[in-house]
Unconditional design. Structure first.
Length: 139
């Protein structure tokens, strides 16, 4: 089995709706996203012969996905009053509204699904909230 790994980072704020503890309050992270591809055989011909794939394609795909969240406030859809969203947007805050609770577990699945949609053979995605704590999703 052959594998490739790439990673990307982004900074953003979030909070956990309906959670009792520190994370119910608005706070930020320097998120790290690590994605893995696995396949049994290397490419057999062409410029990518003896490669899983071009690292550049994999790296750019992940970085484009994480860039969307960089320096935004990630908000679970329906977790804030419409008036709050409207006022934040009026103040020109950059919001990323997602249809899931903003946990690292859900973000790991989100990034894996998006990469798979692009045709990458994703075996695992890790999303780190801190340097020592991460969630792992294996499709």
């Amino acid at each position: 089995m052959y594998a490739l790994k790439t990673e990307s980072h982004f900074d953003s704020a979030h909070f956990l709706n309906e959670y009792e503890g520190k994370c119910e309050n608005l706070h930020g992270h320097r998120w790290k996203v690590v994605a893995y591809i696995e396949q049994e055989k290397l490419q057999e011909s062409g410029e990518k012969k003896d490669m899983v794939m071009d690292f550049s394609d994999f790296k750019h795909a992940l970085r484009e996905l994480t860039e969307v969240f960089d320096h935004t406030f990630i908000v679970e859809e329906g977790s804030l009053m419409p008036e709050t969203i409207e006022l934040l947007e009026k103040e020109t805050f950059k919001l990323s509204i997602v249809p899931f609770r903003t946990t690292s577990e859900n973000l790991a699945k989100y990034f894996a699904d998006k990469l798979i949609e692009q045709g990458f053979n994703i075996s695992q995605v890790e999303v780190y909230e801190t340097p020592l704590n991460c969630a792992i999703y294996r499709p």
